[in-house]
Design a protein around this ligand. Structure first.
Ligand SMILES: C[S@@+](CC[C@H](N)C(=O)[O-])C[C@H]1O[C@@H](n2cnc3c(N)ncnc32)[C@H](O)[C@@H]1O
Length: 259
């Protein structure tokens, strides 16, 4: 989540993330979460933000159904001066996890096999929906893997922390069906929007920075060949100028294929 919490401390991070997790618990069947620990704390301690995230999800009734490591490929992880002075290990990886409602919650009478995740039996293996959605080739290539070796996206003029497309795309493939709604509350340059579009899902995205919203809309327009329209006014993208300091902007992407 950028550099703000490196300047304002971990409380700012909690203030941002906790309400998002609370809302995910109210509305999402499954929440996929990606984060690296915060090492640049100005002290000998780190802030284990994935561990904090797990605690916050559990506090609102969601438990992890899987955890993984994204081992970042394609970067030169030589020993930099920061690591020489701090002795903190080089951050060659980030954590990934998926959370679902804790078992025993009121399901409104829905049988477990119809829910996104429900306990079937300890050895249910391939019966789970998130396993059955993958092809055998996908399961072999990455579906069973605890470590995903995926290239990083080089820092670029569009966004300093763009994620590789494969990460949201794999999560979307596992945990949703055609036309489902995917939410990214920290959308950045819109990688999840692109992944959802490629997989035939609809995407709702929220981003604080108007500039990154523009980048995301431009990426979506380039990919689809379509023209984005501002909900409410009906203005075409580009017709309405944006200004720094506007409140968080959200948008809905994707064609509604139900007609
Ligand atoms: C790590 S980046 C996400 C990158 C994104 N996955 C991509 O591939 O482009 C996190 C984003 O969250 C945004 N952000 C931070 N606080 C926010 C908030 N309170 N509401 C909405 N977006 C926020 C930042 O502006 C930043 O673009």
């Amino acid at each position: 989540m950028g550099k703000e919490y490196e300047q304002r401390g971990i409380e700012a991070w909690f203030d941002t993330v906790r309400p998002v997790i609370e809302n995910l618990a109210r509305f999402a069947d499954v929440a996929c979460w990606q984060i690296g620990d915060l090492a640049a704390t100005g002290s000998q301690f780190i802030e284990p933000t994935m561990a904090y995230s797990v605690q916050m999800f559990i506090a609102v009734g969601m438990r992890p159904i899987w955890t993984r490591i994204w081992e970042k490929q394609g970067m030169n992880f030589g020993i930099g001066p920061y690591h020489l002075v701090s002795n903190k290990p080089v951050q060659q990886y980030e954590y990934l996890a998926a959370f679902a409602a804790a078992l025993g919650d009121d399901t409104g009478g829905e049988p477990p096999e119809l829910r996104e995740y429900g306990f079937l039996c300890a050895f249910a293996a391939g019966q789970y929906r998130f396993v059955r959605r993958l092809t055998q080739a996908e399961r072999r290539a990455w579906g069973y893997a605890g470590i995903w070796h995926i290239n990083t996206v080089a820092e670029n003029k569009d966004h300093p922390a763009m994620f590789p497309l494969e990460i949201p795309e794999r999560c979307i493939r596992m945990h949703s069906d055609a036309c489902d709604i995917i939410l990214d509350p920290f959308s950045g340059a819109g990688t999840t929007i692109i992944a959802a579009e490629r997989q035939g899902r609809r995407c709702c995205a929220v981003e604080l920075s108007p500039g990154y919203c523009d980048v995301a809309v431009e990426r979506w327009q380039r990919m689809t060949g379509l023209q984005a329209v501002l909900e409410g006014s009906g203005a075409l993208f580009g017709e309405q100028s944006r200004h720094a300091g506007e409140p968080a902007t959200s948008g809905t992407f994707g064609r509604d294929e139900r007609g």
